[in-house]
Design a protein around this ligand. Structure first.
Ligand SMILES: NC(=O)c1ccc[n+]([C@@H]2O[C@H](COP(=O)([O-])OP(=O)(O)OC[C@H]3O[C@@H](n4cnc5c(N)ncnc54)[C@H](OP(=O)(O)O)[C@@H]3O)[C@@H](O)[C@H]2O)c1
Length: 471
């Protein structure tokens, strides 16, 4: 016995056909607007098109049902058919889009065919199922309207940051899933936007590159190891079908190489929509670069400073560019120290040098946010929580062993980087410090607060290194 059910919903969206079509047919993002879906992922390689497959898990009450979806018709950007198969039903979703004066009109036709016990139950629940379907399409319309407010620094979140246990919990995978509950859909398109990511061969940078390539961004990946970069690009191209990926090689603790990298990008002249200062490492023991600079400071603060300052004209050229600084929750432990900026006073600790440099990067980001507001450049500092990456395994081996079970995946750690790069509401802010798509405090106690004079000194010190090194 089988039972058939049909639904037809339609709405107008203030979006281009391409944007709306890209968002709707990418069922790896369906869980953003369909609240009956608990997880969704793309499981076939290549760009989204005919034959793309998605594994989706649908939930009604406590029961979870896996559905294998495939795009069975694809006429970009006007019509697509997605066919889903599960144990007890098949779904054929036909999406038709047409251009309107204000954007586009979306027409959604769903045909469901139930078998077995489901076929007996569905007639009793038909009204409820149809009402649920209508609500889902209304939620899709809201997602495509894309006019969400900027998340605010909530007093409770601020308090939790300052209490040891809740504060630490926010860094773990539990903090991620708790924050996730009030996220908004992100239908804003980053397609063809130019994103430069440093440290894109491993961990968070690699995951951000994969996610942004999937979304159609034009990427410039900065790496220090040519072969590793080549392998990463080949993998990303195969997985996403995105061929707009360039590589630049630079050792980012060398200011000569950072400067040469910036010069090459300036010569290329391509506007930069998003710059992600992500490359980093926790370094023990103390080391100096060939230029005689302590390496944590060089890699984590002076390098991003020189690179971003030099790329400012390309950021300004983009019109509404974003700079994303990947800092660390470790920053909370330290205060800015200009006199010990190269960690040459007292006994060296890699964690302390790292924390001070990350603190300096956040202050620098806040300064850029003010200075570049008139150029349409927004600046966003973030920290990724604790994610299980090669960098954490090498930099903090004991910590990793002790916390392995609660660490985030690299995708979870990189999520806020990708969100900051593309969500519309992010462009309405600048200079905030983000974790899991929420702004957070930059100081847990007043003892780490620097004075306005120390902030100015930091800037003067970074400038003096530039002058001395001629970069
Ligand atoms: N994972 C976490 O829990 C966590 C927490 C707080 C902050 N962070 C920050 O997140 C960022 C990414 O870290 P991750 O955990 O993803 O580490 P990761 O897996 O080690 O990745 C770091 C990336 O930076 C590159 N890199 C390191 N040193 C470099 C240098 N001297 N010159 C050029 N590139 C260099 C690495 O290149 P190779 O592939 O060649 O090594 C790699 O691509 C870092 O800034 C880190 O401080 C991470």
């Amino acid at each position: 016995m089988t039972y058939k059910l049909e639904m037809l919903e339609q709405f107008d969206a203030p979006r281009s056909l391409d944007d709306a079509f890209d968002y709707i047919v990418d069922f790896s993002r369906i869980d953003e607007w369909d609240h009956t879906i608990v997880s969704a992922k793309k499981v076939s390689d290549g760009a989204i098109g005919l034959g793309t497959r998605f594994d989706v898990v649908f939930s009604m009450g406590p029961r979870k049902t896996p559905i294998a979806y495939e795009i069975t018709e694809f006429d970009y950007p006007n019509r697509a058919v997605l066919t889903g198969t599960s144990d007890n039903f098949t779904a054929v979703d036909t999406v038709t889009l047409s251009k309107t004066a204000q954007g586009c009109h979306v027409n959604w036709h769903a045909e469901l065919e139930f078998k077995g016990t489901a076929a007996k139950l569905v007639p009793l629940l038909e009204k409820k199922i149809k009402a649920g379907g209508a609500k889902t399409i209304r939620d899709l319309a809201v997602a495509l309207r894309d006019d969400f407010e900027v998340p605010k620094l909530a007093p409770l979140r601020s308090l939790a940051d300052k209490l040891v246990l809740p504060g630490v919990l926010t860094f773990t995978k539990y903090g991620y899933s708790s924050a996730q509950k009030d996220w908004r859909p992100v239908s804003a398109s980053i397609k063809n936007k130019h994103v430069v990511i440093t440290g894109a061969t491993s961990g968070l940078g690699l995951s951000a590159a994969q996610q942004l390539a999937h979304l159609g961004a034009r990427l410039t990946l900065v790496a220090r190891d040519r072969q590793k970069a080549k392998d990463v690009v080949a993998d990303i191209k195969r997985q996403t079908g995105n061929t707009n990926i360039k590589v630049e090689i630079a050792e980012l603790s060398s200011m000569a190489q950072v400067s040469a990298l910036a010069e090459r990008l300036l010569k290329r002249g391509q506007a930069i929509d998003v710059l992600v200062n992500n490359a980093g490492a926790l370094l023990n023991p103390r080391e100096e670069t060939d230029e005689g600079i302590e390496k944590s400071f060089a890699l984590l603060l002076l390098g991003p400073y020189v690179l971003t300052e030099k790329l400012q004209p390309l950021l300004a050229k983009a019109g509404a560019a974003r700079v994303i600084n990947v800092s660390s929750g470790g920053m909370y432990a330290k205060r800015l120290s200009i006199s010990n900026i190269e960690s040459d006073k007292g006994e060296y600790s890699g964690s302390d040098a790292y924390a001070r440099a990350k603190r300096g990067l956040v202050i620098t980001g806040e300064q850029w946010a003010e200075e570049w507001a008139g150029d349409g450049i927004t600046v966003h500092n973030m920290h990724p929580g604790w994610a299980y990456t090669p960098g954490v395994v090498t930099g903090l081996p004991e910590f990793t062993k002790a916390t392995r079970k609660v660490l985030r995946t690299p995708e979870q750690g990189a999520d806020t980087i990708v969100w900051l790069a593309r969500a519309t509401e992010v462009g309405k802010t600048s200079g905030l410090f983000w974790l899991d798509r929420h702004p957070h405090t930059t100081h847990l106690t007043s003892s780490t607060r620097e004075t306005a004079q120390q902030r100015d000194q930091l800037r003067a010190t970074l400038q003096s290194y530039r002058q001395r090194l001629g970069v």
